[in-house]
Design a protein around this ligand. Sequence first.
Ligand SMILES: [Zn+2]
Length: 241
Amino acid sequence: MKHLAAHLPWPKVKALADANVWALLPVGSTEAHGPHLPLNVDVVIAQAVCARISDALETVEFPPVAYSLTDFAAPFSGTVSVPADTAKAMLVAVLRGIGRAGFRRVCVVNHHLEPAHFKVVHAAAAEAESPALRVVVPDHRRKPTGPLLGHEFMHGGSHAGAYETSLMMATAPQLVDDASRRALPSLSVDLPGAIKAGATNFLEAGGPEAYFGAPAEASVAEGERLLGIITEATLAAMNGG
Ligand SMILES: [Zn+2]
């Protein structure tokens, strides 16, 4: 069962905190995702995962953190990048604020996968954690979940390719420009490899339109499959697995 913190008066939030209900904090970014997807893909996916978790558990979903470090998409219009220190301080403050509201466990549902940003999320969670507040950060890039999300996900196309486009088609199809998606040629770039080789943005990594992988191969069915796997992995992390 899902409660949206933003829609509740404080006494109801307090009652849910007192009942030791899980707090969820969706985290994404505001950044270019190819010519076929909107800037808020990571937030939409994070909130979709929160909704699925809430089908299995009673939760209170807090408003998302929608701005963070997004250096790789920085050359493209609409991308808003926040310095790592600022992004981390913001996340720590938000997590501590949720703790001060009385919640004793919070799950950070992050779907902005830029390595430097995910590092910020893990560091902020470690800093915000205390004996009174447990902070869980599921990381679906890791084994055993990562490989289940497909070859493209593991080898460079986790930005606006078949992976994210499928998730968007399954959760927010009205935000996908389908004609544009179908016309995009597959761009098989090893994004992690390019990063290791020194690329500092998507242009340098060989993605002139801010997408990688194969958006044309995306489908609703694949999006549903991915959402199921990510939800299972997130629930397992919340259960200590
Ligand atoms: Zn994304």
